[in-house]
Design a protein around this ligand. Structure first.
Ligand SMILES: Cc1cc2nc3c(=O)[nH]c(=O)nc-3n(C[C@H](O)[C@H](O)[C@H](O)COP(=O)(O)OP(=O)(O)OC[C@H]3O[C@@H](n4cnc5c(N)ncnc54)[C@H](O)[C@@H]3O)c2cc1C
Length: 435
């Protein structure tokens, strides 16, 4: 079967490999000059950074985890997670409910009191089951943990009001704490949450892109980079895909590109479908790369819920995942700022963003002085996070139904428009290839 795959991110590359192994004739069409999508990494001045935000390898799906680790072979390092939440200048253990004893006493009381009151109220049926994300947070964690961490952090990353977000996606994504663990952590007994991620892997060399490169090895010659798909027609049952200059024909078409990029390539898309697609919401991301002389704290990454500290929601320390991603005697910091068109971060120049980040890192005492900065850069990705608003399920159903009728298969994070991590993309590619 001659198959065209649109997009050479992790999903497109994995699909190409798996279908090639089955004997299919595959061509992967990628807009950029390099393949890898959100899983690309870049090396400059001896620092390697993941350009789509800091990535780590973990999964509950053992088959997928084995696949990811096997392709990397010896180019992989296992790390024990040491993740913090930066709260009122303190480094609280992650997940927040596993670090309660580190909070100031008043905040600890607020969290545990509200957690227990909510549990009792839920048990007695005094609180209606949640119908949106904000209600789910309050219902699951109580008002204390909700107000101090969960709601500010989530509104910072999603840039969207929690009461206007759906809650259908939270299972398996947001750690739901066992009651005993919350009580243990409140009185200072060590507990570990979100355990399937407490140990994670990372490539020793090459950043996360090293994994995609290994997956791509058997199909590298099937990838056409610099092919910006701009039109798709169906002629006598074949798909004709063009970038305005070149044409490729295929019996089967799999799209891994964002729906917002796919639909304009198609003829006569009904208004109803276009409207539904335009209502699907997503966030973009700016990644600020900082290389420093000397060491960074022994932390994997940190979440920053407070808006006063800075615009960023997460700070990672890639040189703690692998010593080979920074030159000797140096370390690295990757700062993430999500944004939506028109907001403060979306209009900031790169220099302004770097200045904002460096000043904040100094205030947070992550770096002693600006003098240690050896390298800085900014990279932006338009499609970073799917936002599950309350209309999401209705709108995505309309778009997916149309694509299915048009015979276009959708696989991947922005093609399915789902909050898929790398393991979810590989799982969906594996499931597709089995068809
Ligand atoms: C900040 C951040 C951190 C993350 N951290 C982790 C993590 O720690 N662990 C984890 O497992 N996952 C993580 N992820 C998720 C992971 O990055 C994604 O699941 C995965 O990269 C998605 O791959 P994809 O191929 O579906 O999409 P993409 O990587 O978006 O690939 C789509 C490809 O389509 C191409 N394209 C678009 N339009 C066209 C066109 N018209 N013609 C041709 N090509 C086109 C793009 O250039 C791109 O290469 C993270 C994501 C983000 C944003």
């Amino acid at each position: 079967m001659k198959t065209a795959i649109l997009g050479a991110g992790l999903t497109g590359i994995t699909l190409a490999r798996l279908l090639h192994e089955k004997g299919d004739e595959v061509t992967v069409l990628e807009r950029e000059q390099e393949y890898g999508g959100l899983c690309r990494s870049m090396t400059n001045s001896g620092f390697t950074f993941d350009i789509g935000g800091s990535h780590i390898i973990f999964s509950r799906d053992t088959q997928v985890l084995t696949f990811m680790c096997d392709v990397l072979g010896r180019n992989s390092k296992q790390n024990k997670r040491n993740t913090k939440i930066f709260y009122k200048g303190l480094f609280i253990k992650y997940p927040f409910e596993n670090g309660l004893n580190l909070l100031p006493k008043d905040d600890l009381f607020f969290c545990i009191n509200e957690f227990i009151k909510t549990l009792i109220a839920v048990e007695k049926g005094q609180i209606a089951p949640p119908s949106n994300f904000r209600e789910w947070i309050n219902y699951t964690f109580g008002k204390g943990i909700a107000d101090l961490y969960m709601i500010p952090y989530n509104e910072k990353i999603w840039k969207y009001p929690a009461e206007r977000m759906s809650m259908h996606w939270v299972d398996g994504r947001i750690p739901r704490p066992p009651v005993e663990d919350v009580i243990r952590s409140a009185i200072g007994i060590e507990t570990e949450g979100y355990t399937h991620q407490s140990v994670f892997s990372y490539p020793l060399k090459g950043g996360i892109e090293a994994m995609v490169r290994q997956i791509a090895k058997p199909v590298e010659t099937n990838i056409q980079t610099g092919f910006n798909v701009s039109s798709i027609r169906k002629v006598y049952g074949d798909f004709i895909i063009s970038d305005g200059c070149r044409e490729i024909s295929a019996k089967r078409l799999i799209s891994t590109i964002p729906l917002q990029e796919l639909l304009p390539c198609l003829d006569r898309v009904p208004e109803k479908v276009k409207k539904a697609c335009s209502k699907l919401k997503y966030n973009s991301i700016a990644c600020i790369f900082i290389g420093i002389k000397g060491r960074v704290p022994d932390i994997s990454w940190m979440y920053i819920p407070e808006t006063e500290i800075g615009l960023f929601n997460r700070i990672s320390f890639p040189s703690n995942y692998s010593p080979h991603v920074a030159p000797s005697g140096h370390s690295s910091i990757l700062v993430e700022i999500t944004y939506r068109e028109g907001d403060e971060a979306s209009t900031m120049q790169d220099e302004e963003m770097i200045e904002h980040v460096v000043t904040s890192l100094e205030k947070m005492k992550i770096i002693k002085t600006k003098e240690v900065i050896a390298y800085s850069a900014v990279m932006r990705q338009k499609y970073a996070y799917v936002i599950y608003d309350l209309e999401y399920q209705k709108n995505i159903a309309t778009v997916k139904e149309y694509c299915a009728e048009a015979g276009i298969c959708l696989v991947g994070r922005f093609a399915e428009f789902e909050y898929l991590n790398m393991d979810g993309c590989i799982r969906n590619a594996m499931n597709f290839a089995k068809l």
